[in-house]
Write a protein that binds this ligand. Structure first.
Ligand SMILES: N[C@@H](CCC(=O)N[C@@H](CS)C(=O)NCC(=O)O)C(=O)O
Length: 215
């Protein structure tokens, strides 16, 4: 294995890029980062040069290209078994994978109504019933995991499950979607991570504004 390179989009908005990035940082896995900003109206033609899906994130390991955030997290877990990217216990591991997949394929309403935005001032907005149901399901998932593990992260230590939900932590905070004390405690633990702080500061300092993402 050579030096890993992670190609990401705008830190302020690219929720899918945030997932493998925060996992790599929290687990102190060395990697080179390359940011290729996206432009929603025209798309970024550069993405086609390195990404089979023309989307970010993409992980390059020498000649190997891995795309799709969850596939990247799985690859990292295989390459770095000592990092504990999935829980050690087999049942917990299955559970963590189930909720990571639920996140990857679901919560469309929340994702489209409340885009991740690291620099957004905290302000509630009216949300649809469908988004309310998405939030309730996420609250239930997190509470069940935290009750079982005791926290501070979903399965005790930080795992890929937390990485997959990291952008939702931002959405719940900036759109004021939950005042449940367990959810606030978990969100604070996530947002206090030095890796989180590093990403957020970089996102806030970016020059690009994507109107479609400003709700
Ligand atoms: N299912 C993909 C989603 C990737 C994705 O939608 N990435 C967005 C940025 S957050 C993107 O590249 N958008 C550019 C475009 O659609 O042109 C994953 O998990 O990585």
């Amino acid at each position: 294995m050579g030096k890993l390179k992670l190609i990401i989009g705008n830190k302020n908005y690219s929720s899918w890029s945030f997932r493998p990035w925060i996992a790599l940082k929290v687990k102190r896995i060395e990697f080179i980062e390359e940011l290729s900003p996206f432009d929603f109206t025209a798309g970024n033609p550069d993405f086609a040069k390195f990404s089979p899906s023309k989307k970010v994130p993409v992980l390059q390991d020498n000649d190997l290209t891995v795309w799709e955030s969850l596939a990247i997290l799985e690859y990292l877990a295989e390459c770095f078994p000592e990092a504990g990217l999935w829980p050690e216990d087999r049942a917990d591991r299955a559970w963590a994978r189930a909720i990571a997949n639920e996140m990857h394929g679901g919560f469309m309403s929340l994702r489209s109504e409340c885009p991740m935005n690291m620099r957004r001032a905290v302000r509630a907005i009216p949300i649809s019933e469908a988004t309310g149901r998405d939030v309730q399901r996420i609250v239930d998932i997190w509470r069940e995991c935290l009750e079982h593990s005791g926290g501070p992260f979903l399965f005790g230590d930080f795992t890929n499950a937390d990485a997959m939900f990291a952008p939702v932590v931002n959405r719940i905070a900036v759109y004021e979607l939950s005042d449940d004390p367990d959810i606030i405690r978990y969100s604070e633990a996530m947002m206090k991570l030095p890796a989180w702080q590093e990403w957020e500061a970089a996102g806030k300092a970016e020059p690009w504004t994507v109107e479609e993402e400003e709700v």
